[in-house]
Design a protein. Structure first.
Length: 359
């Protein structure tokens, strides 16, 4: 798909929503929904933080192929049952029995049971396209017909597909200490594909994701991490124009936005204020640790989380020069109307979240 020229993609800004003299909302005053968390332990200090700063989060089960799905599912729904307003659940599905007869039907049955318990969406992760293979040793791409009955069922049920497909384009480039993803790929070389022949390209994976939306036009797709187009604001805008049921979250990618010219980022948010949702992608997953966490480690995570949330808010709502992730940038000073959509109204609409969710 050929990207639209940036000016054409973003169009002319509408002055009525750019209230220059509007005061910045107080941080705790604004309801905030983080649509992308992975929290798999009952941590009272975390519940207290969310209530103090007026934050809810959607708790995302992922991945679906490492054998931990039952554990994630149990903990996520326990948290939801205890604190339904704080922890709505996005479920996922098991990829390991994909070669078994009736895989799609059994997966749909699993998802329907999760929906009956209150799950608001379904996550699909980068292991689809970048890790799992078919019986012939070929990578299974996200638009494989294997998944079509599942996608069709999600569309019928009105449940979004929260899709982390592909990776930042830096995964296909040489390691660069100046990249915002250097730390991740230097510590997780299995996801750094530069010099590894045989893997699908970034372009092929994004095309496969787009093909899902072509085949299933009524399916709501939330592209995690700026839809893996963090380097390409024009590409994001072009897909918003092409696919009316495509949305993105900014989870773990505010650092990428802060490297773009702020006026271009702001223009994207103003023009597509109904399509972008807040997220952080913070993980607390003790069942994958070698040893149980200490209370000091729990509190350290909570303290770090509050700092990251507040720094993000300073970028989106603040004004003037600031430092984000060690680099100078200009805060976006988004209007109150846009902040309300970005931080909670879009999530409430897309994930069908009520003011109080009853399990």
């Amino acid at each position: 798909m050929r990207p639209l020229p940036f000016a054409l993609a973003l169009g002319v800004l509408v002055p009525t929503i750019a209230a220059a003299g509007e005061p910045v909302p107080a941080y705790a005053e604004l309801l905030k929904i983080d649509v992308h968390s992975h929290i798999f332990e009952d941590v009272p200090a975390l519940h207290a933080l969310f209530r103090k700063i007026n934050m809810h989060t959607i708790n995302v089960c992922v991945p679906g192929g490492d054998g931990h799905l039952a554990t994630m599912d149990r903990i996520a729904f326990e948290l939801y049952g205890q604190h339904p307003e704080l922890y709505p659940v996005t479920t996922t599905f098991d990829l390991r029995p994909r070669d078994e007869p009736g895989y799609a039907a059994s997966t749909i049955a699993w998802l329907d049971r999760a929906f009956a318990r209150g799950a608001v969406a379904v996550k699909i992760w980068k292991e689809v396209g970048m890790e799992i293979k078919d019986r012939n040793g070929k990578f299974i791409l996200p638009d494989d017909p294997l998944f079509d009955p599942i996608y069709a069922h999600l569309a019928k049920r009105g449940k979004p597909l929260h899709a982390h497909l592909a990776e930042p384009i830096d995964a296909w480039r040489p390691l660069d200490p100046d990249s915002p993803h250097y730390g991740y790929y230097s510590q997780n070389p299995q996801w750094h594909l530069y010099g590894k022949p045989g893997y699908p390209s970034h372009e092929a994976l994004i095309a496969a994701r787009d093909h899902i939306m072509k085949k299933h036009p009524t399916l709501v797709v939330v592209g995690a991490h700026l839809g893996s187009l963090e380097h390409d604001l024009e590409g994001i805008a072009a897909r918003f124009e092409r696919f009316p049921n495509f949305y993105i979250d900014v989870a773990a990618r505010t650092r990428n936005l802060a490297r773009h010219p702020s006026e271009k980022v702001r223009a994207l948010f103003l023009k597509y204020s109904d399509r972008i949702m807040y997220g952080l992608d913070a993980s607390w997953i003790p069942h994958r640790r070698d040893a149980p966490p200490t209370n000091a480690q729990r509190q350290g995570h909570v303290n770090s989380l509050e700092l990251r949330y507040r720094t993000d808010f300073d970028y989106y709502a603040g004004q003037g020069e600031m430092t984000y992730n060690g680099r100078k940038t200009e805060a976006l000073k988004l209007p109150r109307e846009v902040l309300e959509k970005f931080y909670h109204a879009n999530a409430e609409r897309v994930f069908k979240l009520g003011p109080t969710v009853t399990p």
